[in-house]
Write a protein that binds this ligand. Sequence first.
Ligand SMILES: Cc1cc2nc3c(=O)[nH]c(=O)nc-3n(C[C@H](O)[C@H](O)[C@H](O)COP(=O)(O)O)c2cc1C
Length: 187
Amino acid sequence: MTESHFPIDDILRSRRTSMLVDKTRDVPRELINELCELATWAPNHKRTWPWRFAAITGPAQLRLGDAIADAMSVFGDEPAKVEKARTKYARTPVVMVFGCAVGDSELRTTENRDATAAAVQNFMLAATARGLATYWGSCPKGANDPVAQFCGFDADTTVVCIMYLGWATSTVEAPERPQPSINYLSD
Ligand SMILES: Cc1cc2nc3c(=O)[nH]c(=O)nc-3n(C[C@H](O)[C@H](O)[C@H](O)COP(=O)(O)O)c2cc1C
């Protein structure tokens, strides 16, 4: 371990998956715009700029929940899970959806998804630095296309992340992180 310390280290370590937010405090649109702009500084092969963003607030959160719940029901999910999905996307003031554009080859589509995941992490770190809590959720099985359509994305967009977002009200304890396993190869 080196002894160097940079401010970004604290942000990296303090980002936690959390939904402990002030439900009454809006996240201004200008701030969402800023976070999405910062997300676009992620690396992306061939500069395909594959990320797509949607910010869902207000009654649209319940409509998103209905779209997802209906798709889950068709997929055959348990009724209790389906019903929970109808309201769960209204638990934070904003839900962000991150989509990823299809590439012109299978490899490029995979790379686009990797790049979009990097953009999501940029967004989360920038949000953490500003006092916001983020929670990365996966798109439920069977719901990709309805969510992409709901968000106004192209039909072949992959939904990479459905993120809960709001002003953090408390910090979340983090368990010890396992040490990284690094295979150094030289010679
Ligand atoms: C690709 C991806 C998908 C995730 N999907 C979910 C999810 O569907 N539900 C959930 O509760 N957490 C989800 N998470 C969040 C992880 O559970 C979380 O990152 C993990 O518990 C570690 O906690 P930390 O982010 O606070 O370090 C996801 C994280 C990633 C990177």
